[in-house]
Structure formats: structure tokens, C-alpha cells
Design a protein around this ligand. Structure first.
Ligand SMILES: *[C@@H]1O[C@H](CO)[C@@H](O)[C@H](O)[C@H]1NC(C)=O
Ligand SMILES: *[C@@H]1O[C@H](CO)[C@@H](O)[C@H](O)[C@H]1NC(C)=O
Ligand SMILES: *[C@@H]1O[C@H](CO)[C@@H](O)[C@H](O)[C@H]1NC(C)=O
Length: 355
């Protein structure tokens, strides 16, 4: 058997491995895709997709570039949002072809809850925006609101197509959890629930955006449309939900097994709360089994009182100072007309890293 394994094409091997691990966010590895996906044959060669996602790729090829972009946004946004936390979302880029995600994202943890919610919100956000910018031929601007605008306002511009984004995004990102023979039922319920929380936060982020018109910016008339807030803000909302996430257990409720809050008296899980099944470590020290990389050598902030403070970030182990030379523009002068000259100034700042 051993001698045969090396002649299996890479695609088959990947498929074999994927059929055993069904991690619902494997599609995020699309962020590493470098080639342009413009032929249906490319679909089955992409790593991290389950069969129904491959089908969606074939039937809506032009969507794939947008999904690749969404995968990159998830990674970037997750890491930015958690840059001041002990768990900093570094494992999101670890899952290479056919491998499992590290345990922090592969188990039913609070961190996984955040990443599933963010992924679901991001894919729909990116698609809704791609409709608006004209990147996709199958969709266009969202509908003009039915309400009559207030005096001085009028509907115009191009609304983000939230409806198309939600419909198409959820079909793709929920696909792994809808597969019959993969992963535990409890995990699938948890991931589906948290994905829906992400989409709910996205729905709530639809706001009215306006542009002024009128003589020399007098703003006597405003053109308005419905647009989504930036992902960064959606991620901040989800981070708040992450911090107050509810631990649940999988147990019979009526005729089926469902997720119910563990500690609080019997109530169903709320639609707006993130839920998790397994507690996380404190992420202070390295523990590969639990998916913790630890905080040694992480930068901390001596004056902060938040999660990035040296006390909290370094878990009481202490920290080492080092100095960094910053080069900045300074003594800037405006010259008539019309340019600015600046000098370069150097400044030494003290920084700290955890022991
Ligand atoms: C696909 O994209 C590549 C790279 O952009 C390009 O060279 C190639 O011609 C495209 N193929 C088709 C069939 O459009
Ligand atoms: C997250 O923390 C780890 C461990 O300290 C570090 O190696 C990594 O560079 C950090 N990642 C980001 C994106 O800040
Ligand atoms: C450290 O925290 C303080 C207070 O929150 C903040 O004003 C400052 O910009 C932070 N410094 C760095 C280097 O992030």
C-alpha cells in the first residue's frame, strides 16, 4: 500500500483527507490561491472545498474571485480585531492543503464561534459589495427602499445588494455543515448557529449613506442609498459577542437534540448570542494540543489597562523592554504655491515584549 500512495494525484489525496476532517471553514484556505479561477476544471483542484462547494464553483465561476477575496478579508480582519488579545487568530492561516485546523479552531471553542460568525458575515458582505461595484454579472445594485424619503433627501446611488450577498454567501459557507456524513451533530449545530449570528450582525449593519449636492457644498439636496458598514465595525460587534458568548450543551429538547445554555435555567439559545461547546485555555503558554501558541515575545502596552496591557498579555510573567527608532516627518512647511516640505526626525521609543 505504501508504495502506491505516492502515485495518487494530489487532488485525490486531498479529497481523501477532507472526507475525514470536515472543518466548516476549510474554504478559508482559498486565501492562499494565487491563480485566477476562470475555468470549471479549476474548481475540483481547489483545496478546502466540499463537493457542494465545488458544484457552486462550477455553476457560478465568476463568483470565485470574490470568495477568494472574502477568505483574505476574514484572515486580515480576524487578526486585526484580535491584535490586542492573547489569542490573536494566528492559526487561521495554518491549515495547509488537506490538513486540519489547529484545535483552537477545530474544536467547538469560543474562538471558532467568532471565526465562523466572521466568515459568514464576510462572505456575504464581500458579495453584496461586489454586486455594487459591478464585479459580478449575476447581480446588480440592491433595491431602492419603498419609503418616501424626507424632504431634501432623495434615493439614488447604488445600494449594497444584501439580499443576494446573504443568499449566495450562506449557500457557499454553510455547505460543509449541511453535509450528511461529516463531523458531529453538535458541532454542526454550533457552527450554523454562529454563522447565522454573523449574518444577523451584517443585516443590522445596513445603514443609510448620503452624499451632499447643492451650490458649493450647501447640501440643499442629499442623495442617499442603503450601504453596509465596513467589515472592521462588524468584526468589533462580533468581538463583543465573543467576549460574552454562552457555553452550551447538546441535549434532547422535545424530540430532537439541541443546543441549550449550560448554566442558565432552561431557555433556548438566543439568536443574537455566540455559542460554544468547549472551554478554551487561557492562551498564556504554548500548548499544541489545545491550539495555544502562548504569549511569549508578544508586544504589550505598559500604559494600557486593557487586554494588551503587559500584566494581562504576559500573564504575570513580566516583560522585557527594547528600544525602537522611529523616523517621522516633522517641521513641515507650506510653500506658496503649492507644496509642502518636511524634515525627517528620529525618535527613540521604548517597547515591551512578554517574557
Ligand atoms: C484565465 O485567466 C488567466 C490569468 O488571468 C488568463 O491568462 C487566461 O487567458 C484566462 N482563461 C480564460 C479561458 O479566460
Ligand atoms: C500572534 O502571536 C504569535 C505568538 O506570539 C506570533 O508569533 C504571531 O506573529 C502573532 N500574529 C499576529 C498576526 O499578530
Ligand atoms: C498603549 O496604550 C495607551 C492607552 O490605551 C495608548 O494611548 C497608546 O497609544 C498605546 N501604545 C501603543 C504603542 O500601542
Amino acid at each position: 500500500m505504501k508504495s502506491r500512495s505516492h502515485i495518487l494525484p494530489v487532488g485525490v489525496l486531498t479529497a481523501l483527507l477532507l472526507s475525514q476532517v470536515c472543518s466548516g471553514i476549510k474554504w478559508l484556505t482559498l486565501s492562499q490561491t494565487t491563480s485566477h479561477i476562470n475555468q470549471t476544471q479549476h474548481c475540483k483542484r481547489l483545496s478546502g472545498l466540499v463537493s457542494s462547494q465545488v458544484q457552486l464553483c462550477r455553476s457560478n465561476l465568476e463568483l470565485m474571485q470574490t470568495i477568494v477575496q472574502a477568505a483574505r478579508e476574514v484572515k486580515k480582519t480576524c487578526q486585526k480585531t484580535f491584535a490586542d488579545m492573547r489569542w490573536n487568530c494566528s492559526s487561521i492561516e495554518i491549515a495547509a492543503d488537506g490538513q486540519k485546523y489547529p484545535p483552537d479552531l477545530d474544536r467547538g471553542t469560543r474562538e471558532a464561534a467568532f471565526v465562523y460568525a466572521l466568515s459568514a458575515a464576510t462572505i456575504s458582505h464581500t458579495i453584496a459589495r461586489a454586486c455594487t461595484s459591478g464585479d459580478l454579472r449575476l447581480c446588480t445594485c440592491g433595491p431602492i427602499p419603498a419609503e418616501i424619503p424626507e424632504p431634501g433627501y432623495r434615493w439614488g446611488g447604488c445600494a449594497d445588494n444584501l439580499h443576494y450577498g446573504l443568499m449566495t454567501g450562506s449557500k457557499f459557507s454553510d455547505a460543509p455543515m449541511k453535509m450528511k456524513r461529516s463531523g458531529s451533530h453538535a458541532n454542526k449545530l454550533m457552527h450554523l448557529h454562529n454563522s447565522e449570528v454573523g449574518r444577523q450582525v451584517l443585516r443590522e449593519s445596513m445603514v443609510m449613506k448620503c452624499k451632499c449636492h447643492g451650490v458649493s457644498g450647501s447640501c440643499s439636496i442629499r442623495t442617499c442609498w442603503r450601504g453596509l458598514q465596513d467589515l472592521r465595525e462588524i468584526a468589533m460587534d462580533l468581538k463583543t459577542k465573543y467576549l460574552s458568548a454562552t457555553k452550551v450543551i447538546h441535549r434532547p429538547m422535545g424530540t430532537r437534540k439541541q443546543l441549550v445554555p449550560k448554566d442558565i435555567d432552561i431557555r433556548p439559545v438566543r439568536e443574537n448570542e455566540l455559542v460554544y461547546l468547549q472551554s478554551s485555555p487561557d492562551f498564556c503558554s504554548k500548548n499544541e494540543k489545545l491550539g495555544s501558541v502562548g504569549t511569549q515575545d508578544r508586544q504589550c502596552n505598559k500604559t494600557s489597562v486593557g487586554s494588551d496591557s503587559c500584566d494581562l498579555m504576559c500573564c504575570g510573567r513580566g516583560y522585557n523592554p527594547y528600544t525602537e527608532k522611529l523616523v517621522e516627518r516633522c517641521h513641515c512647511k507650506y510653500h506658496w504655491c503649492c507644496y509642502v516640505t518636511c524634515k525627517k526626525c528620529e525618535r527613540i521609543v521604548e517597547r515591551y515584549v512578554c517574557k
